[in-house]
Design a protein around this ligand. Structure first.
Ligand code: PEP
Length: 250
């Protein structure tokens, strides 16, 4: 099975309702040629999901959440469940982003519970993994990521609903990127790990690269074996930059 690439934007804590004009621009730029080759996803802040889903309807651009709680409902002030995201019009959720792991102390077990919640609610789930700079410098990048995969991905995950995003923490929002060879090496290791655990499903799961992707470096980083798209932060906030990245597929 050939894996259809996914280019996903993570708006993080950026964006007011006026920013949805950029989503409109992304939808307008999602040409028939692109639709034939690549999936588009934008994950805005939770406050914008319902309106984003309504505005993206008909454009083919999917809408996702940036995080979810592990429980479906209950006394968890300020939290948002996967069921709520789905109800608002989301079809994906990102879990385990390094900013969640760092800012909110999310462990692999917590990320796994959130991934299970996303699957329970009927969402596709993007599980983020990635090493810190000192871990790479110590030669431990692959073993760190393998441990995150083991701890963060639920048993029984399938290729149609589970996506892995490899995002080296030191490359997120810094303008720094690994070499294309480093990305290839890591994605090959992730592929082997997933195939070892999930068999054919693991071979078919989409593996995204994330970390300072922009229109200039996208082609060299993401057009390679075992890289099935990108998770994009800063460059997803402007339709021109997002579309500049996706042009790599045409
Ligand atoms: C991210 O937040 O997932 C990300 C990759 O950010 P940036 O593209 O800004 O590095």
């Amino acid at each position: 099975m050939s894996r259809r690439p996914l280019v996903a934007g993570n708006w993080k804590m950026n964006g007011l309702r006026a920013s949805l004009s950029e989503l409109d621009g992304i939808g307008a730029g999602y040409s028939e040629a692109l639709k034939a080759k690549v999936d588009f996803l934008i994950c805005p802040p939770a406050t914008l999901i319902a309106e984003a889903a309504a505005r993206a309807a008909g454009s083919g651009v999917a809408i996702g959440g940036e995080d979810c709680h592990a429980k479906a409902s209950g006394a968890h002030t300020g939290d948002i469940s996967a069921e709520m995201l789905k109800d608002a019009g989301a079809s994906y959720v990102i879990v385990g982003h390094s900013e969640r792991r760092t800012d909110h102390g999310e462990s692999d077990a917590m990320v796994r519970a959130k991934a299970e919640a996303g699957l329970r609610a009927g969402l596709s789930v993007i599980v983020c993994v990635g090493e810190r700079k000192e871990q790479r410098d110590a030669g431990n990048a692959i073993s760190v990521v393998q441990a995150q995969l083991a701890g963060s991905i639920p048993d029984g995950a399938t290729a149609n609903r589970l996506v892995v995003a490899y995002e080296p923490v030191w490359a997120i929002g810094t303008g720094l990127t690994p070499t294309a060879a480093d990305v290839a090496e890591m994605h090959e290791a992730i592929r082997q790990t997933l195939a070892g655990r999930f068999g054919a499903e693991g071979k078919n799961m989409r593996l995204l690269y994330g970390g300072s992707v922009n229109p200039e470096n996208a082609r060299s980083l993401i057009i390679q074996d075992n890289v099935d798209g990108a998770l994009i932060g800063g460059a997803s906030l402007k339709s021109k930059d997002f579309l500049g990245i996706t042009a790599s597929y045409i």
